[in-house]
Ligand binder design. Structure first.
Ligand code: DGJ
Length: 751
């Protein structure tokens, strides 16, 4: 049993393979948090806490004699409001007399088989029927406002999920000004915060900060999870490394505004509150109405950051992503965007596809520019009918030709947007978000459709499902190229305008849900100007997301490194593009570009016809290598072997099969140096008692000729075997790489 209620102590204990989570109903009925961390054998962990009067920390009226316990001090599962906890809270309320306070006490709980779902929003699921759910029902005894706390326990996966739901049992309207998903109090310890910030074309850069004794906030107010701050944070102990130390992860399963506050309080205890962003947010709860806050996926690792990431990788891949492509091999694609931008004809696209097909590429993706008057990015969004000047006869003849090459056909759309210069906008100007009396702010010269309106969602469903029904399309790249401003729906009254951004996200999920259910064979790839909406919510509908508009292999090392803390490589859209790179102007070897893109979903985005015969042959080899090693790369355990924020010299990472049967070591030299020390790496995830041979050792770009180095050559290295223990404990040395951005891939196989 992974959920146990102990009547004697009034504790509820959740256990997973390596963790324990415990809460207790205290003598006043409050639900106190007792512990989350490494698995411990104890039915009542309340012995850790002494309650005493803390001046200026108020206590409930019943605490007159002892002047405690104070909600300002006690670790809690979810906070009340306006009753004495001055730390960051979960809730803010307004409404009629007496409605601006809440103090929740325990009513009952249920332990249920299976995993709860969150209404209207994606959440982790359990296919094997192993997960369990705990629901704790609480209520404010004065107003009747009800709180339901949900816990999903994935024992084998070592994951606990949480969600919250508020039900208005007050008989009066109540307005939520804030309704977070979780509060996680960690009463003891000194913690660092790792968060993932960025900007367009440089997403999810990991930053590690010692927590100051105040509130640190990570948030997006952009209407989407954003390039700028990912809804995922890690708290780790000050000494934690990739392999050691205690780490907590909190990942919000949500694609809109989000907010995470991490507070170290007067007593040195740490609180994390995570949920929907509260700026421009409010929700009107009519009597009897309910509000569901999105889910948070919690993970704890007592074995450092690498293990924490691998818990998330597994969870996202198997319990968040859905549909047949969550594990099936995804086609290697070629996208025409950086090859042609808007300037293409059917023949040009076909020529790119034909050459790619010859080299083993499996799908052509037609990007932006195939519809309406879309000759540049100033117009036509919303007009989802084919531009027959570019594609005479429509999509069907082109798709037929592409399919004739043995390739699948995929297409780009940006359904949530509208250009002012479009037939759709001319017909329905009120379908765009805009504040009455104001000209809305522009971004890429486009506006956002109001997906909080059901008729807009229905319209988009009809257009996209029609496109998919009428054409043999096997992949959709779903883009979104601006952030929200002028958040106002022309369909809602003034008092409901605070609901628009959340209703938008619910509308988006409804649309994606209908489409992915009706077209289960279509592979969806999320995108928002690259990785501007890279979150677990979108991953529930599209198992991959275009990681960044920055296709420069060296920049991608940092982006993919940061992304890897929470998300698996199977989620990261990554392509080999042209050199010099279009975003940075940097030249990199073709092989290095492939090594980096292979640590993602792998594809190409350049005009292959412009390459030399030698380069084309190199691509043929890359495609074959990726197909052969697909399972190792996508299903294998991912290990970060370097940290770009500390090591500007090289970046290294590894994939190891879970059974220790093989491993692929990847290294890119990011800074060439004279008389450079050797790059020496210790492998991970091998079987220490087994022996390994090198099945392949390939370097791209320059290295010192083997005959000028003592101690090895590919033939000598391939003739011998190595023990797993020596590769892991002593390590493996690379030849001296030099020149601009060389890289290496070494494949170890158990003998
Ligand atoms: C932004 C995407 O990230 C790019 O890959 C490309 O699809 C463009 N939009 C097209 O407008």
């Amino acid at each position: 049993m992974s959920i146990v209620f102990q009547e004697t102590y009034k504790t509820i204990t959740l256990s997973t393979a390596n963790t324990l989570y415990q809460m207790q109903i205290d003598h006043l009925g409050h639900l106190q948090h007792l512990y989350y961390g490494r698995r411990a054998d104890e039915a009542d962990m309340s012995y850790q806490y002494f309650q005493a009067d803390r001046a200026f920390s108020p206590y409930p009226h019943q605490g007159f004699n002892k002047r405690c316990p104070s909600p300002d001090i006690v670790p809690q599962e979810y906070t009340g409001f306006n009753t004495g906890d001055y730390r960051v809270g979960c809730l803010e309320l307004s409404g009629g007399t007496g409605m601006n306070a809440a103090d929740f006490t325990y009513v009952r709980h249920e332990i249920l088989p299976g995993k709860y779902q969150v209404e209207g929003m994606p959440s982790a699921y359990d296919e094997g029927g192993q997960a369990q759910t705990l629901v704790v029902y609480l209520a404010d005894q004065v107003t009747g406002l009800q709180l339901e706390l949900y816990y999903g326990v994935f024992e084998k996966e070592d994951i606990i999920t949480r969600a919250a739901r508020l039900v208005n049992g007050t008989g009066q309207p109540v307005r939520l000004e804030k309704a977070a998903s979780v509060c996680l109090d960690i009463p003891f310890g000194d913690w660092d915060l790792i968060h993932f910030h960025g900007r367009h074309a440089m997403e999810r850069q990991a930053e590690r900060l010692p927590l100051p004794q105040t509130v640190t906030t990570v948030q997006s107010k952009r209407g989407v999870s954003s390039h700028h701050h990912n809804p995922f944070v890690i708290l780790c102990d000050r000494e934690a490394t990739e392999e050691q130390g205690d780490c907590y992860g909190l990942m919000l399963v949500y694609s809109g505004n989000h907010r995470t506050d991490v507070e170290v309080n007067q007593m040195g205890s740490t609180r994390v509150v995570m949920g929907i962003g509260d700026e421009l947010f409010s929700w009107n709860l009519e009597p009897g109405g309910a509000f569901a806050a999105p889910e948070v996926i919690l993970a704890f690792s007592g074995q450092g950051l690498g293990h924490l990431s691998r818990l998330y990788h597994h969870m996202i891949r198997h319990n968040v992503c859905r549909g047949e492509y969550k594990t099936a091999r995804r086609p290697i694609l070629i996208n025409n965007w950086e090859a042609t931008y808007f300037d293409f004809t059917a023949d040009k696209v076909y020529d790119i596809a034909r050459m790619a097909a010859e080299l083993g590429v499996e799908m052509l993706v037609l990007d932006d520019g195939w519809f309406g008057q879309r000759y540049d990015d100033n117009r036509a969004l919303g007009d989802w009918y084919v531009n027959e000047k570019k594609l005479p006869g429509g999509l069907a003849p082109l798709i037929e030709r592409i399919n004739g090459l043995g390739m699948k056909f995929g297409i780009w759309i940006e359904p949530e947007m509208v250009s002012e210069d479009s037939d759709l906008y001319r017909a329905h100007p009120d379908w765009a978000l805009s504040v009455p009396g104001r000209l809305p702010a522009l971004c890429r010269n486009q506006l956002i459709l109001d997906l909080s309106r059901p008729e807009v969602v229905d319209y988009l469903y009809e257009r996209i499902s029609g496109l998919l029904r009428d054409n043999h399309i096997e992949y959709i790249k779903w883009d979104m190229n601006r952030n929200m401003t002028d958040v106002y729906s022309h369909a809602l009254p003034a008092e409901k305008q605070g609901e628009v951004s959340h209703r938008y996200v619910l509308g988006l999920y409804r649309l994606l849900d209908r489409l992915t259910t009706e077209f289960p064979h279509v592979l969806f790839e999320g995108c928002s100007g690259g990785g501007g909406r890279f979150d677990a919510g979108i991953l529930a509908y599209s198992p991959q997301i275009w990681c960044s508009d920055d296709t420069d292999a060296i920049e991608r090392l940092v982006i993919q490194h940061g992304t890897s803390f929470g998300y698996p490589v199977s989620a990261m859209g990554a392509h080999v593009s042209a050199s010099p790179n279009h975003q940075t102007g940097r030249n990199t070897p073709l092989g290095t570009r492939a090594v980096v893109a292979m640590s993602g979903t792998f594809g190409y985005e350049l005009d292959i016809n412009k390459l030399s015969d030698e380069e084309k042959e190199e691509i043929r080899g890359q495609v074959q290598f990726f197909k052969e090693n697909y399972r190792l790369i996508q299903d294998g355990d991912y290990y970060r072997l370097s940290d770009p924020s500390r090591n500007e010299w090289y970046t290294a990472w590894e994939f190891a099969a879970a059974d220790g049967s093989e491993a692929l070591l990847n290294v890119v030299l990011t800074h060439s140096r004279a008389n450079s020390p050797n790059i020496h790496l210790r492998l991970k995830g091998l079987d220490p008692d087994a022996r390994y041979r090198i099945a392949g050792e390939d370097y791209y770009g320059a290295h010192l000729p083997w005959d000028l180095m003592f101690g090895g050559s590919p033939s000598i290295r391939e003739e011998r075997t190595y023990s797993g223990s020596s590769l892991m404990y002593a390590g493996f040395t690379l030849p001296m790489l030099f020149g601009d951005y060389p890289s290496g891939q070494i494949h170890f196989v158990r003998v």
